[in-house]
Write a protein that binds this ligand. Structure first.
Ligand code: EPZ
Length: 427
């Protein structure tokens, strides 16, 4: 089993180029099904969520050719088949294809591993919005069957500003005759990137990133050549790592204008941050101070995906920090792992923790989700001694060679197989 081995205590110095955004590239790859023409996506990130999405597209008979970080997709002969549960791996992957499959084929089966029922929280917003567009939904075994043959453009108001639901409605409505309006859409920069890509293909989408998106359906979409935006969560992760370790780091392709919330917080805590075009330069010399509380929310509020990194950073501060998670339930999975390292964290309620000063000591900890896993690596960067992080597969869903990026910034981190007999590595 592969593990990360991290020796804490190094400051971070140097320059890194931030990878392309996972959460922009996934819906863009899904949107390729909407056209019968060739699409070229440049600089796609080398991460397993993207590999998984490409495998799913291939299973739908989309020709995918990958040369380096450029992928050419030919969706001309795409087939409307059930996305294999195994391939879908998590419902999220197959959910992200729903809108484009309905836009192209007018019907779609959505695999629901574990037989979730209609109305289950994770997709009720998608379903309610599609029903508003006169799409029918019914359960067929462990699948949901969607039929859009009688769909009509309409005004859709989302109960919650769901990113995936917004993306699905945008993709589906792009080729749905008439005017569709989305009220209370997600405003994330990745939505704007998807709409820029679709408009390049000939779609007519207005208002992305605002509280109202208007889509005038077109008959068909052209092919396109596109490079998705930089990954603002990876950029945020590297900024927080530098803030925790101290040092002087320059990040390129770092989408600074889409990262204002975390930048403002780190400056308030004592970092110096300069931004210029797509570059973020962060310096941390003196001890940081807590800003008292961090509350996550829908963009442009503080991103939920950076919450666990800020929890780790808060462990290094002398003052307490209250952290409230308002987007996902149960997104404090790493608290128990951090406590193994000596973190002083207590739960105020289901969605709020308070983090107090404590000494983090290296030990073996286990990643259980993508962003929590990255946060455990950051904890290892500042912990005393060696930290071993297992659950590498979760982290590599979204971070491209994180050990190489951090090593290039002077961190002491390696990834290798640990044989069961080899147990003196912790020395
Ligand atoms: C996207 O997930 C991102 N994933 C997530 O990033 C991100 O955390 C999330 O948006 C919020 O910003 C991708 O873009 C691939 P949501 P998504 O629908 O679309 C509830 C990462 O680490 N909800 O905006 O799945 C839901 O349970 C990942 O890169 C419903 O109740 O998130 C959650 O509490 C993690 N019913 C909230 O809304 C629904 O039908 C936000 O979910 C849909 C969502």
């Amino acid at each position: 089993m592969e593990k990360f081995f991290i020796k804490g205590g190094n400051k971070l110095y140097g320059k890194a180029v931030v990878q392309t955004s996972k959460n922009a590239t996934l819906p863009i790859l899904s949107a390729c099904i909407l056209t019968k023409n060739k699409v070229v996506i440049n600089k796609i990130p080398n991460i397993t969520d993207i590999d998984n999405m490409l495998e799913i597209l291939k299973s739908l008979n989309v020709k995918c050719t990958r040369i380096g970080s450029t992928v050419t997709l030919n969706p001309k002969n795409a087939k409307n088949i059930k996305v294999d549960c195994k391939l879908a791996r998590t419902m999220r992957s197959s959910v992200f294809l729903l809108g484009s499959m309905l836009g192209r084929f007018k019907t779609a089966f959505l695999s629901l591993p574990g037989g979730c029922k209609i109305g289950a929280r994770p997709i009720d917003i998608h379903i309610d919005a599609l029903k508003k567009l006169n799409v029918s939904v019914e359960e067929v075994g462990d699948y949901l069957y969607f039929n859009a043959t009688r769909a009509k453009a309409n005004r859709v108001k989302l109960r919650l500003a769901s990113v995936g639901a917004t993306e699905n409605i945008i993709e589906f409505a792009s080729t749905l005759k008439g005017k569709t309006t989305i009220l209370n859409p997600a405003r994330e920069p990745e939505i704007v990137d998807l709409c820029n890509f679709l408009n390049l293909m000939g779609a007519k989408i207005y208002g992305a990133g605002t509280k109202k998106i208007t889509i005038y359906g077109v008959d068909s979409l052209y092919g396109a050549i596109y490079t998705p935006m930089g990954d603002r969560i990876v950029a945020g992760t590297l900024m927080i790592a530098t803030a925790m370790c101290g040092g002087d780091v320059t990040l390129e392709n770092a989408v600074p204008y889409q990262n204002e919330n975390i930048i403002k917080k780190l400056v308030k805590m004592g970092c110096q941050i300069d931004i210029k075009s797509d570059i973020i330069h962060i310096v941390r010399e003196r001890p940081l101070v807590s800003i008292g509380k961090i509350v996550t929310g829908f963009y442009p509020e503080f991103p939920t995906d950076l919450q666990s990194m800020m929890t780790v950073l808060s462990c290094t501060l002398m003052q307490p920090t209250y952290i409230r998670e308002r987007v996902f339930e149960n997104r404090f999975l790493i608290v128990d792992e951090l406590k193994k390292m000596g973190a002083n964290i207590s739960k105020m309620d289901e969605n709020c923790i308070v983090v107090r000063a404590g000494e983090l000591k290296g030990c073996e900890v286990c990643a259980r989700d993508l962003r929590g896993g990255a946060s455990l690596i950051l904890a290892g960067l500042v912990a005393e001694g060696t930290t071993i992080v297992t659950g590498v597969q979760f982290i590599e869903r979204g971070y491209e060679q994180i050990e190489q990026v951090l090593s290039s910034l002077n961190a002491d981190i390696k990834k290798y197989e640990q044989k069961s007999s080899d147990n003196n590595l912790n020395s």
